[in-house]
Design a protein around this ligand. Structure first.
Ligand SMILES: NC(=O)c1ccc[n+]([C@@H]2O[C@H](COP(=O)([O-])OP(=O)(O)OC[C@H]3O[C@@H](n4cnc5c(N)ncnc54)[C@H](O)[C@@H]3O)[C@@H](O)[C@H]2O)c1
Length: 326
């Protein structure tokens, strides 16, 4: 049974939630993070933290050996779509070369499982409901770097008999029910921006693209709560570890929600008039993407706890409010 787990990007939004669930399940957690977009306060108190870059191959290899790491969960990456379009070389270096370097540090050690956080952005645009076998043709630089990283992982894991789990997350929202961790970075995160605006005096919100061929003209996404995604890491890891299997999984609820309906739900919590600006489409945005969960449901038994728009909005707002007092 896996015991000593190294999380790259464990000081980030999702990594801190993964660490929290694994600690709760009695795993020993080790975190590596260069704190470029992560925060010290998100680092789990029970985890051992190393401030280092995933490209520091030598240091990471020595941590893996010293701490007897048997599983690596790789979340460290750059992930803002628009930023990737602007700085493609940097995205390639951090997401592709970074993954290659982290992977090489695992080879020849006791690491037997490798979990990778990939994204729905690897799929071809316009497919709508995607299975893991759907065509991958990333529209964005970010999606391209993640798909390249997947290929590096599959190739190296097969060659070195390491089990892999590639988790293609859909859109992650919300915060931990513990109230201790949540999303700090603004980035281009829909729920975060709406949460910030909800508590502003004169809330304004931009919807990018309102003339898509969807029911209400806005993009459609499969939002999944961060607690549920963190729990998926634990469940998939346990199964992969026990069964010695390697697989790719779509991780969403399998339900499409439009940007406009998210805005509508948030509006219920703004006592002033939320001003909506209909802005042009953004380069790199997919029109509509929804996860098919058949693969996931066949592999593990999973009952999501936050599969409901109201719950997801409330969870995001609760965290945003708590930030005022920190
Ligand atoms: N947030 C989402 O909706 C979403 C959706 C799909 C996939 N993902 C994937 O999930 C992962 C985590 O995303 P997040 O939302 O928690 O972002 P985040 O920015 O909060 O976390 C990323 C963490 O990685 C660290 N990091 C970045 N480059 C590093 C490097 N070279 N060396 C060491 N540490 C480094 C950052 O400091 C940060 O703590 C990413 O791989 C991302 O591609 C996220």
């Amino acid at each position: 049974m896996t015991k000593n787990i190294l999380i790259s990007g464990g000081a980030g939004y999702i990594g801190s939630h993964v660490a929290e669930i694994l600690v709760k399940n009695k795993k020993n957690i080790f975190i590596i993070d260069n704190l470029s977009t992560g925060y010290k306060r998100l680092i789990n108190k029970k985890a051992k933290f190393y401030k280092t870059d995933i490209n520091n191959n030598k240091k990471i290899k020595s941590i893996i050996i010293k701490d007897k790491i048997d599983t690596v969960i790789h979340l460290a990456a750059s992930l803002i779509i628009a930023e990737g379009e602007k700085y493609p070389k940097f995205y390639y270096k951090n997401n592709v070369i970074g993954t290659q370097n982290l992977m090489s540090a695992c080879i020849g050690t006791k690491v037997k499982n490798f979990i990778f956080s990939s994204t729905a952005a690897v799929y071809k645009d316009g497919l709508y409901k995607v299975t893991e076998k759907s065509i991958t043709r990333p529209k964005s630089v970010y999606g391209k770097t993640k798909l390249k990283a997947e290929k590096i992982i599959i190739k190296n894991c097969k060659k070195n008999k390491i089990n892999y789990g590639i988790l293609r997350y859909f859109n992650i929202v919300g915060s931990s029910p513990s109230g201790k961790i949540g999303l700090i970075n603004k980035g281009d995160h829909l729920f975060k921006n709406l949460s910030i605006q909800t508590y502003k005096k004169n809330p304004v919100f931009k919807i990018y693209g309102t003339n898509y061929k969807t029911e209400d003209g806005s993009c459609i996404r499969d939002f999944i709560h961060v607690y549920d995604i963190a729990e998926l890491h634990f469940k998939i890891l346990e199964k992969i570890d026990k069964a010695g299997k390697s697989k790719i999984f779509n991780c969403g609820y399998g339900k499409g929600i439009s940007v406009k309906s998210v805005v509508k739900e948030f509006k219920k919590y703004t006592n002033k008039n939320l001003k909506i600006i209909e802005a042009p489409r953004r380069k790199g945005d997919l029109v509509k993407i929804i996860s098919s969960n058949d693969n996931l449901n066949k592999f593990i038994s999973w009952r999501p706890k936050f599969n409901n728009l109201k719950k997801m909005v409330k969870s995001s707002l609760k965290w945003e409010k708590s930030l005022f007092h920190k």
